[in-house]
Each structure stands twice: as C-alpha cells, then as structure tokens.
Design a protein around this ligand. Structure first.
Ligand code: 4AD
Ligand code: MG
Length: 475
C-alpha cells in the first residue's frame, strides 16, 4: 500500500479510509487492552497516534485485528515501523486523527538497552555527541526543517529579484579575506616534503602545481560573475581555520554572497535589509509549527523577536558614531571586556550593546576604519574609512559582512601593494578593474548565523547537522 506522509495524514478527514504510514517510534504506552504508538516520520514535528488493540487473555473477541504482546514486542522507542489501518477521529487532545492499526511491520528494531534517545529532554550538549541520531528529536527535526526552508527562501528571493546563482570554486589559490585562516589542500606526502634551496616548500609537484586551500569566501569570483551577469549570488560552503571556539564560529559554514553591479552604498544597505526581512518573514509564514515548538521549549521571546525584525526599520550607523555611543556608555559606567577606541574592531559585546541595549533593533554599521577591513573595500574621501556595511543583529552580533567594492584599478592596486598581497595570485581579479570596471557592491550572510537568529538557538553547533569546529570532525 502506498505510504502517506504523516503531515498529510494529520490533515485528512476521510474517516474510515485505510492508510499506511511509516516512521520511527517516539514512544509506546498503554495497558493490557490497547497500545498507543506515537509515530514520527520527519515530515512534521507532530506525531501520529497508532492505536493497536491487544488480544486480552480472556480471549474476548470483538471486531478488528487484535495484536499479541509478542507481535508488538519489537515496537519500542527508536524502532522503524510501517503501520496500516483505518483513519479515525481522535478523542485525545491535541490531535485530530489517529490510525486504528490492523497491520504493523517492523522494519528496524532499536534495542531499548542501547538506543541513546530513550528519554525526553536530553541536553543539547549530550545531543551533540550523538549528532548522527539527533535529527530524530523534536528539536533537531524542527531546526532542520527550518534550515531547509531558509535555503529555499534564499534561492527564491534571489531568483525572484533577477539574480543568477553563480557557482564559485571551493578550492582556490587566493585568500579573499586576507586573514590567513585557510585549510590547505594538497596531495603531497606530508612525511616527505620537497623543499627548494631556501628551505621553502616546493609545490611544483603538488596536484595543482601551486599552494591551494579551501575557500574562505566566494566573493572574488562572485565579482567576476557580477561584472558579466549584472546580479549574481553564491550559496555554498566556506571554510575558516580560525581557532575560535565560540558559539558563533564554525570551521565549515555556509555563506550566501550576492554581488551586484551598478549599486552604491545605500542600495546595498536596502538589499541587506530587504533580504533579511524576507528570510525571517518566510520562516514566520512557512515554519509555524516548528517555530512554535522552539518558542515554547527554549525561548519564549522567539516569535516576538522575529516579528519585531520584520516590522522595524534598521538603524544605519557610521562606525565613528558607534564608537561615540560606546564611549559615552563607558563614561556612564558600562563595563566591557575589550577596549573600543576608534580603530578597534568591535567585539561581539560592543555590537550587542548597540543593537540590544542602545537601539533595540538591528543596526547596519558603515564606514569602518580601513585597517580593520579587507583590501577590496571602497575607500572613502577621508582616505581613512572604507564603505563596509555590516549588519548587526540582536542576540547574534554580526550576521552580514558587506561592502561597496573599490572599482578603481589604481586605488585597488595601491592597497594590494600596501598590504603586500602576492600579485601573481590576483591578476585575474585585477582584470575586472582593467576591462570595463564598474561600481559594484555585495555582502556575505553566514547561513548558520541566520539560523541562530531564526531558531533562537544559542550555539552554532546546533543549527547545522554535523558541525566542524576545532578538534571536532566526528560524523
Ligand atoms: O565578514 P565576512 O568575513 O565577509 C566575507 O567573507 C566577505 N567576502 C563577504 C562578502 O562581502 N561577499 O563573513 C561574512 C559573514 C559574517 O558576517 C558571518 O555571518 C559569517 O559570514 N561568518 C561565519 N559564520 C560562521 N562561522 C564563522 N567562522 C564565520 N565567519 C564569518
Ligand atoms: Mg566580517
């Protein structure tokens, strides 16, 4: 018999219809007359209840199939079953239908003595240790369905706005952000490395004939796409070997990077704001059950916070004014762990002070000192600041890093030389400024930072199926 997904089964009202559902047993309880099986197949956070009548010892025979204890012995928490029976209106509260089973097949058993997800309410820390099974919990089912929805929202937004999905390479020879946080890619025998006379590693016999690494960003190639297709976006994995064990950093994360020709700073900020609001609205519109669950279980303010972002106008704040606000706060007794003088990179505590305490809404911070930003950002007339446009979010801090790009060949070249970035790796990027250069701008959204915001989770390890962090590449 054809399987009905539980999400669809729960919406049926054709009582009496015989249907088949398949999934994993969340629990089985009951008494000597009847067994109630809560079944979940991942299509929705809701379980469907399977009712199995038991053959009682007095042998009383009423209509319908009666199961023996022996037949149901293997229907334990975690087991995978197929259940067939008639759809009936449910008496139980919180559910509209259930299935009165006449056939139950066990696909895969789960030994109650060793199945790790026995009880409800395991800690998130424990669940990280069993990341191979945690998608079967309510919490991770909800998070992973929301994650899928966010990916669809992102593709839909860009497609509907005329952007082209542009695939940039994961293996690269250039360090986009210039922070030296790259994972090397090599087929060399690490026990027997060839070196030149100066003792430097000789890559000529390596797979690519040069030093290569996993990309930290698709932006540089994305700019090439924008200089031909006008509006592109990337959406793929990025890698950073930054040894920061924080709740907001992953060594492997997904990034969305739109790049747009012919726009300036204001239009870039409009895009950042419109895009983020679209994604959050999508979650509110399409993930109600899962958001409600996370709201009830973890974060009572979640849905309100999501609505508030959709309904509010973001603050646009030059870095210099931000520093003034922070210093005024310090004068008034506010204590920060890290210094924040003009020229310092803002720490997450500073970003969150501005967003959560001072303004109470998202902030787009602009015009940063050039020394704390990447080489490609457009220099302002003051020659001290660049046209960065980072978006700072409540409870997250930086969610988007963006900028107008320096389109002048001479200015870009001067900055590359000043930073001593090796030219031989950059010739192709510089060609965009040699041949038909154009004003353009773009940003990068950390997908898992968006996921943190939308789910209200506190740790980035809990919004990606299999997190990669320092000293952790399990699963
Ligand atoms: O600010 P970042 O480093 O900017 C770039 O990579 C630019 N090339 C983007 C562009 O303009 N096209 O990173 C962008 C975003 C950050 O704002 C943050 O949300 C996320 O990527 N991010 C991380 N997310 C998780 N773990 C990490 N280690 C991250 N590093 C950055
Ligand atoms: Mg950044």
């Amino acid at each position: 018999m054809k399987r009905t997904e539980i999400k669809d089964a729960l919406a049926l009202t054709t009582y009496g219809q015989r249907i088949n559902v398949r999934g994993w047993v969340r629990s089985r309880r009951g008494n000597k007359n009847v067994s109630f099986i809560a079944l979940n197949d991942g299509s929705t956070i809701k379980n469907i209840q399977i009712v199995a009548d038991l053959a009682t010892s007095d042998g009383c025979s009423s209509e319908g199939k009666r199961f023996s204890e022996e037949e149901l012995k293997l229907v334990t928490t975690g087991a995978c079953i197929s259940a067939t029976g008639s759809l009936v209106e449910s008496m139980g509260k919180g559910q509209t239908v259930e299935i009165h089973a006449d056939e139950i097949e066990v696909y895969g058993t789960a030994d109650p003595d060793t199945y790790p997800l026995q009880k409800k309410g395991h800690s998130l820390e424990y669940l990280r240790e069993i990341a191979h099974l945690r998608p079967r919990t309510n919490t991770f089912g909800a998070i992973l369905r929301i994650r899928h929805n966010m990916a669809i929202a992102i593709h839909t937004y860009f497609h509907e706005h005329g952007y082209f999905y542009f695939h940039t390479p994961l293996i690269t020879a250039s360090d986009c952000e210039g922070a030296g946080q790259m994972f090397q890619v090599t087929t060399k025998n690490l026990y027997n490395i060839k070196r030149d006379k100066q003792g430097q590693i000789d890559y000529s016999d390596d797979f690519f004939g040069k030093m290569t690494a996993l990309t930290v960003s698709g932006q540089l190639e994305g700019e090439l796409g924008a200089m031909a297709l006008g509006k592109i976006y990337t959406f793929g994995p990025t890698f950073r070997a930054e040894n920061s064990n924080t709740p907001r950093h992953l060594a492997e994360f997904w990034m969305i990077e739109p790049e747009v020709a012919f726009i300036q700073k204001d239009e870039l900020m409009d895009l950042e704001e419109d895009f983020l609001k679209y994604c959050v609205r999508w979650a509110l519109d399409n993930c109600q059950d899962d958001l409600q669950f996370l709201n009830d279980m973890f974060d009572k303010g979640l849905i309100e916070r999501l609505k508030s972002v959709v309904d509010t106008e973001f603050i646009r704040l030059p870095y210099t004014e931000g520093i003034d606000i922070l210093q005024a706060a310090i004068r008034n007794g506010k204590k920060f762990e890290f210094p924040c003088n003009w020229g310092d990179d803002l720490a997450s505590e500073h970003e969150r002070y501005l967003v959560e305490e001072h303004f109470g809404k998202p902030v787009i911070m602009t015009d940063y000192p050039k020394e704390i930003k990447a080489f490609y950002m457009k220099l302002n007339d003051d020659r001290k600041t660049v046209q960065g446009t980072d978006v700072l979010f409540p409870s997250i801090g930086e969610i988007i890093g963006g900028s107008v790009r320096e389109e002048s060949y001479d200015k870009l070249m001067a900055e590359i030389e000043r930073r001593q970035i090796p030219m031989k790796d950059m010739w192709w990027y510089l060609d965009t400024r040699r041949f038909g250069s154009a004003p353009h701008a773009g940003f990068g959204l950390g997908f898992e930072r968006l996921m943190l915001f939308v789910t209200g989770m506190q740790n980035i390890r809990d919004v990606i199926p299999f997190p990669r962090t320092p000293k952790n590449a399990e699963f």
